[in-house]
Design a protein around this ligand. Structure first.
Ligand SMILES: *Cc1c(COP(=O)(O)O)cnc(C)c1O
Length: 412
């Protein structure tokens, strides 16, 4: 199996396993698909924050949506200027965060009444900073591939509830702020139909803000993880966004900037996680049916999505003599029974795969988004390297942690 022109065994030999690999060609293909959708396109950098990826995005004219001050700082280090970055959050984690954004002139989208208030208060106290802010609106409904990634509706902490917009206006007035942006992001992994409906709702809310300059429709562009199924067509989003923006421009009689900020759709497909089959095991269930386990060195410390959301990722084994296809549960090395790559609703789900042998490679697809960024040192596992493949070239863009790295901040 190759990633671009590089054999995965070559990558495993050179960098060891597990290792994250990004295909530059696939990344550029998805960028080329997304860029025409909206005049301003931001990358929701939490989905894949490696500096090399950020720089690639920057070189192609993509801006940044950050969700924390450290993300803003990381984007600045990667070469973005402050006007390329907006912060979307429900909270300032500290008063210094609000101060940082005001000083650095980061456009903030306030996702709670409290955050708007804190922005206004801090600006008043400092006596400087932009009077122009955005608010994130919870339109009353959400979408997502999992409850945990649905960020709209009454059970979401995100955004100013659509019935509380007058309160937001009152806060803005109290502090002399102008609400020049409205924003919504209803969830990750929804569908196109839902997205279009929500854009209509946001436009209706936006009309109530006389200072409006920017409308941000959020991220949430879907990605189909199963390579057997057709990829979801996102091109239909462009005419919808255009129509919505024109409606607003007609309403206000001036240009309005339309923005989107996808994460997943940019990077999910370009990422692969290569590991190794370490051992085989099997059990028998209550009906005496044999359950085959393939134990790999890829655990939820490296890829959390299957355990956190029951997410599906394509899996391939690479070996000289793969066996017959059989029902296999693919699991990892972490000492917890939830450490299973093939699962749904907290239950292992066997998948038809050719039976591998110890030492064969395992390749997980769709690993570019919410992959490395969500990894951890659980079980004292060092964070794993990231490699960029471009044609026949491999470039390491993060080295493997050592045990010393893992315990470096400990004291005593
Ligand atoms: C996570 C996030 C996104 C990106 O969501 P995707 O589903 O990855 O496109 C966009 N905007 C905000 C505010 C987010 O928190």
């Amino acid at each position: 199996m190759n990633i671009e022109k590089v054999n995965v065994r070559e990558i495993a030999k050179q960098f060891g396993t597990p290792v994250y690999v990004y295909s530059l060609r696939i990344l550029r293909e998805s960028i080329a698909e997304i860029m025409p959708l909206s005049p301003v396109v931001r990358f929701s950098m939490k989905s894949c924050s490696n500096t090399t990826i950020l720089k690639e995005m920057l070189s192609l004219g993509i801006k940044i949506d950050a969700v924390s001050v450290p993300e803003i700082q990381r984007a600045l280090k990667a070469g973005y200027s402050a006007e390329d970055i907006c912060l979307t959050s429900d909270v300032f984690f500290t008063a210094e965060d609000a101060e940082f954004c005001l000083k650095t002139q980061i456009f903030c989208s306030c996702g709670s009444l409290g955050m708007l208030e804190e922005y206004g208060e801090t600006r008043q106290r400092l006596g400087f900073g932009s009077d122009s802010v955005s608010i994130r609106i919870n339109p009353g409904e959400g979408a997502g591939h999992s409850k945990k990634t649905n960020t709209g509706g009454p059970y979401s902490k995100h955004g100013i509830w659509y019935e509380n917009l007058d309160e937001a206006k009152a806060i803005a007035e109290k502090y002399g702020l102008r609400i020049t942006g409205v924003h919504t992001h209803i969830g990750s992994g929804g569908d196109m139909e839902h997205l279009s409906r929500i854009t209509g709702k946001l436009v209706d809310f936006a009309k109530g803000f006389p200072d409006l300059r920017v409308i941000n429709f959020g991220g949430g562009l879907p990605y189909e993880y199963d390579p057997e199924k057709p990829q979801i067509d996102i091109s239909t989003y462009h005419p919808i966004l255009e129509e919505r923006t024109q409606e607003l421009e007609a309403h206000f009689g001036r240009p309005i900037t339309c923005e989107i900020e996808p994460g997943r759709r940019f990077v999910a497909g370009c990422g692969f996680l290569i590991g190794e089959v370490r051992s085989l095991n099997h059990t028998f269930n209550e009906n005496k049916k044999r359950l085959d386990y393939v134990l790999t060195n890829i655990g939820f410390c490296h890829l959390l999505r299957p355990m956190a959301y029951g997410s599906y990722h394509p899996i391939w084994f690479v070996g000289d003599e793969l066996g017959e296809e059989t029902d296999i549960i693919v699991a990892g090395p972490v000492c917890e029974s939830g450490d299973v790559l093939t699962q749904k609703n907290d239950e292992p789900v066997p998948r038809r795969l050719p039976r591998p042998k110890r030492g064969d490679l395992v390749v997980i697809g769709g690993a570019g988004a919410y992959g490395h960024v969500m990894s951890s040192n659980y079980n004292s596992q060092p964070l794993i390297p990231e490699v960029l493949v471009d044609g026949d070239q491999m470039t390491q863009i993060r080295r493997r942690q050592t045990l010393d790295d893992v315990i470096r901040e400990e004291i005593g």
